[in-house]
Design a protein. Structure first.
Length: 365
């Protein structure tokens, strides 16, 4: 079953790790390293089964390959998952043990924070390996990458509005934001500043109240977020929210948000959105700001440089939309084709030997 999944999804390497003294169990998936070492976050989640954990890490790592490629970064795609409850089972020793496993991969995979893990957790990992990003400023990192993820998503929304609605401004437009975590909260700031009419929901009612009072937005029940008559639906929580049940309920013109793997079935549901004349901003393109942020740590973090690179997300999405329109394919297909084209072109550059090839990132330090 494992080899079948690796072959079908095009992965290079799957590594299982286990520390019996800490009951640490996890998986690292390296999808593709043509452009550079695989980079992707470490997700800690209480998976129902090991199979669920494997499928998740394979899916997420492949997405990272495409995200790095479309963003023009010299990185491959990888991901790690730790099987466990992040609210009950975290400890310094657990993440330091995880760091030692990452060190053992010799730099083929670089980890970072993700769902269920934090900057503090990555600081523990950093005590055992240099192959980690998303660490605190005291360790030479950039701190919270959600700031740049939200900034890139905001620019992606503007690009979507420009292409679909032919408007240069967001003022007066309406948007429903699903999820008020660190990225969603930061995104709300940009949207409120542009005087948008904002509807939002979150699983935490206290968070909803804080955001409602601070930005004067409208809070709606979570199960009603798909029914809002808005210009834009912005998923900023977990994935697969665009599916057979939700698509008929959508009344928006654009789907553009920070969540990963928004389409439950990419082939089927991208076509369904296209048939409804709903523009979809491919998730791994619009939310690439976080990856751009941690990538910059590898070369010595510079905030201005990172934000400058993230500004390219606007043009990247406009190129994807234009390609989609020109070739008559869904936007996610157009994005995949652009990412694969870059991978293939760079792969061809490596067809002959260079004795002193320049080290592009990490300084191989």
């Amino acid at each position: 079953m494992i080899f079948e999944e690796i072959i079908n999804r095009g992965h290079e390497q799957i590594s299982y790790f286990h520390d019996p003294t800490l009951e640490l169990k996890g998986i690292v998936a390296i999808h593709n390293t043509v452009l550079g070492p695989a980079l992707g976050g470490c997700r800690m989640w209480n998976y129902k089964s090991e199979k669920d954990a494997l499928i998740d890490v394979l899916r997420l790592s492949k997405g990272m390959t495409y995200k790095a490629a479309i963003a023009g970064l010299n990185l491959g795609g990888g991901k790690a998952v730790i099987i466990g409850d992040p609210k009950k089972e975290k400890s310094e020793e657990l993440f330091r043990s995880f760091g030692r496993f990452i060190e053992g991969l010799g730099g083929r995979y670089i980890t970072a924070e993700d769902v269920g893990t934090s900057i503090k957790d990555m600081d523990y990992v950093r005590m055992e390996t240099k192959y980690v990003t998303g660490i605190s400023k005291s360790f030479g990192g950039s701190g919270d990458p959600s700031l740049l993820t939200a900034f890139g998503t905001y620019l992606g929304i503007k690009a979507s509005v420009k292409h679909q609605l032919k408007k240069n401004s967001l003022k007066g437009l309406s948007i429903s934001v699903q999820g008020l975590g660190s990225v969603g909260m930061e995104l709300i700031k940009y949207l409120a500043n542009d005087e948008m009419k904002i509807f939002a929901c979150d699983i935490d009612s206290q968070t909803e109240k804080i955001v409602e009072d601070k930005y004067q937005i409208s809070i709606v029940p979570s199960d009603k977020i798909y029914d809002q008559d808005v210009d834009i639906y912005a998923p900023c929580a977990l994935g697969a929210t665009i599916n057979d049940k939700t698509i008929p309920r959508l009344k928006c013109s654009i789907v553009a948000g920070a969540a990963n793997n928004v389409l439950q079935n990419p082939k089927k549901h991208s076509k369904a959105l296209m048939d409804k004349n709903i523009l979809y901003a491919p998730d791994y393109a619009i939310n690439a700001g976080g990856l751009i942020n941690v990538y910059n740590e590898l070369e010595g973090y510079n905030r201005d440089r990172a934000f400058s690179q993230a500004e390219a997300i606007y043009d990247i999405l406009m190129d994807i939309f234009n390609k989609s329109e020109k070739e008559g394919v869904p936007t996610n297909v157009a994005s995949d084709l652009k990412a694969e084209e870059r991978i293939h072109k760079i792969a061809s550059l490596k067809s002959f030997y260079l004795p002193n090839r320049r080290k592009i990132i990490l300084n191989e330090r």
